[in-house]
Design a protein around this ligand. Structure first.
Ligand code: CA
Length: 256
């Protein structure tokens, strides 16, 4: 699986869409092109992009109206939207931002500026795409080197488990449903079964060893990465050591 950020280009002029797509591809993004609102809607239903470049003037439904609609939809409301338009008037910019756009690019624009704005909006809206080291308890993940460690010991993870852990660490203590994880980690909740999430969570727990306990299953809700658990770090105690009382006051194994 490639980890390149997905960009949905909604633009009715093929020459402009092609120019943007070529530049995105050359700069480490995965562009998809939708030439009208209906196609864009279908694309979004299939795969959630990391950012949307949205032309204001579209045949049929306008970009402004689409931005409003996507902001109101629970599934798409967190996807950053950059409005792309020839309109440069202040009132138009305000209308675009009021409709829920994160930023505004006026045509004609330099591709350098467009790329810089896309990166900026990704950093703001999707911290899991930002580089750097993230630490949670004794767990550390470095997105630049793709290294994970627990208490200083290296942890080996597959690419999907790495992406999953990266997302969970940057949104720790919150419960994520399987559908949300598919959308945010896999970028797809339609063609991938929810069971896939369970498989990769299981692999992640196994790879994490003692720290696997930090990945909690929340029944009927999903998964959560938390520091609010006791992570067993020392090797198992010898049998002769007296067992600590359980939290309910009973000794282990004794019936109530
Ligand atoms: Ca247009």
């Amino acid at each position: 699986m490639r980890n390149l950020p997905r960009v949905l280009i909604v633009e009715d002029e093929p020459a402009i869409a092609e120019l943007i797509a070529v530049n995105l591809r050359h700069n480490g993004f995965q562009p998809t092109w939708a030439m009208d609102s209906a196609t864009a809607q279908r694309e979004l239903a299939d795969v959630l992009p990391d950012v949307i470049l949205l032309d204001w003037m579209l045949p049929g439904e306008s970009g402004l109206s689409l931005a409003k609609k996507w902001r109101a939809d629970a599934r798409t409301k967190a996807v950053p939207i950059l409005m792309l338009t020839a309109r440069g008037d202040e009132s138009d910019r305000v209308a675009g931002l009021d409709a829920g756009a994160d930023d505004y690019i006026t045509k004609p624009f330099s591709t350098k500026e467009m790329l810089a704005r896309i990166r900026a909006v990704l950093r703001r809206r999707t911290p899991e795409n930002a580089g750097g080291v993230v630490t949670l308890g004794d767990l550390q993940l470095d997105t630049a080197t793709h290294r994970v460690s627990f208490q200083g010991q290296a942890v080996k993870l597959g690419p999907t488990e790495f992406k999953l852990l990266n997302f969970l660490m940057k949104h720790a203590e919150r419960v994520h449903s399987r559908g949300q994880l598919l959308d945010r980690v896999w970028g797809d909740h339609v063609f991938i079964e929810e069971r896939t999430v369970d498989v990769h969570v299981k692999r992640l727990r196994e790879a994490l060893g003692a720290a696997g306990a930090m990945v909690e299953t929340v029944r009927g809700a999903g998964y959560r990465l938390t520091t609010q658990v006791t992570v067993r770090t020392a090797p198992p105690e010898p049998v002769s050591t007296p067992a600590a009382p359980l939290s309910n006051g009973l000794r282990g194994g004794q019936p109530a």
